[in-house]
Design a protein around this ligand. Structure first.
Ligand code: GRF
Length: 197
C-alpha cells in the first residue's frame, strides 16, 4: 500500500523539494498535496512543477480566528486523504484540537537539536550560547511547541566565523538529508530515532 503524504509549508519549500524528490521508485510513500498558508509561497510553484496537487488556506482570511483557520486547514487536508503530514517550514502554530486530529500522523522539522532552542531564531541563539555543535530534529508533533518524540537528528559543526545566516545555510543542507531519511523510515514503520553524525 502506498502511503499518502501531505506537506505543509509557508516559504520556499526546499525541505518539501527534498521530501518530494525522495518519494520515487520503490519508496513506500508519495506526495498527495502541498498546502501553504501563504498564497505566494515559492514552495507552491515548486510543487506544481513536480505535478503535485497544491492548495492554499490563507490564515489572513480568518481575521485572527485560529479555530476557523484550522477547521479550513483540516477540511482541505482531509479531502486529500493523507496517511502522514509533514510540516516543512510551516510557520503557523497549530493548537491542540487540530493536532489531536492528526496525532501520531504529523511530523515536523525544527532547525535545532531539540530539546535545545524551541521556537524561533535557533541559529542566533546557538551562536550566542557558544555552542560548537548545532543541527536539526525531526519529531512527531504533539500539543507542546517543538516537542514530541524525536524521530531523527543531524548534527552540524558550528565554525568560529559562523553567523546565524551561514549556520542556517549549513543546517538547512542537513535538514535536506535528515527529513527524507526519517520519512522513509516512518513510512516503513520504524520510529526509532535516527542519528546522523
Ligand atoms: C527550515 O529551516 C525549517 O527547519 C524551518 O523553516 C525553514 C524552511 O525552509 N522551520 P524551506 O521552506 O524548507 O526552504
Amino acid at each position: 500500500m502506498t502511503l499518502r503524504v501531505a506537506i505543509l509549508l509557508s516559504g520556499g519549500g526546499s525541505n518539501m523539494v527534498a521530501l518530494a524528490d525522495s518519494m520515487t521508485g520503490d519508496h513506500p510513500a508519495r506526495p498527495c498535496l502541498v498546502l501553504s498558508n501563504k498564497p505566494g509561497a515559492g514552495g507552491l510553484d515548486r510543487a506544481s512543477a513536480r505535478g503535485i496537487p497544491t492548495a492554499c488556506v490563507d490564515h489572513r482570511d480568518f481575521a485572527g480566528d485560529r479555530g476557523a483557520f484550522e477547521a479550513a486547514l483540516h477540511e482541505r487536508l482531509a479531502a486529500a486523504q493523507p496517511d502522514l503530514i509533514c510540516l516543512a517550514g510551516f510557520m503557523r502554530i497549530l493548537t491542540p484540537p487540530f493536532i489531536d486530529l492528526w496525532q501520531g500522523r504529523m511530523l515536523n522539522i525544527h532547525p535545532s537539536l531539540l530539546p535545545k532552542y524551541r521556537g524561533l531564531d535557533t541559529h542566533a541563539r546557538a551562536i550566542a550560547a557558544g555552542d560548537t555543535v548545532a543541527g536539526c530534529t525531526v519529531h512527531e508533533v504533539t500539543a507542546e511547541l517543538d516537542d514530541g518524540p524525536v524521530l531523527g537528528q543531524a548534527r552540524v559543526a558550528v565554525q568560529p566565523d559562523d553567523d546565524a545566516a551561514t549556520l542556517a545555510a549549513r543546517v538547512l543542507q542537513a535538514e535536506h538529508r535528515l527529513y527524507p531519511a526519517v520519512l522513509r523510515r516512518v513510512a516503513e514503520g520504524c520510529r526509532d530515532p535516527l542519528h546522523i553524525p
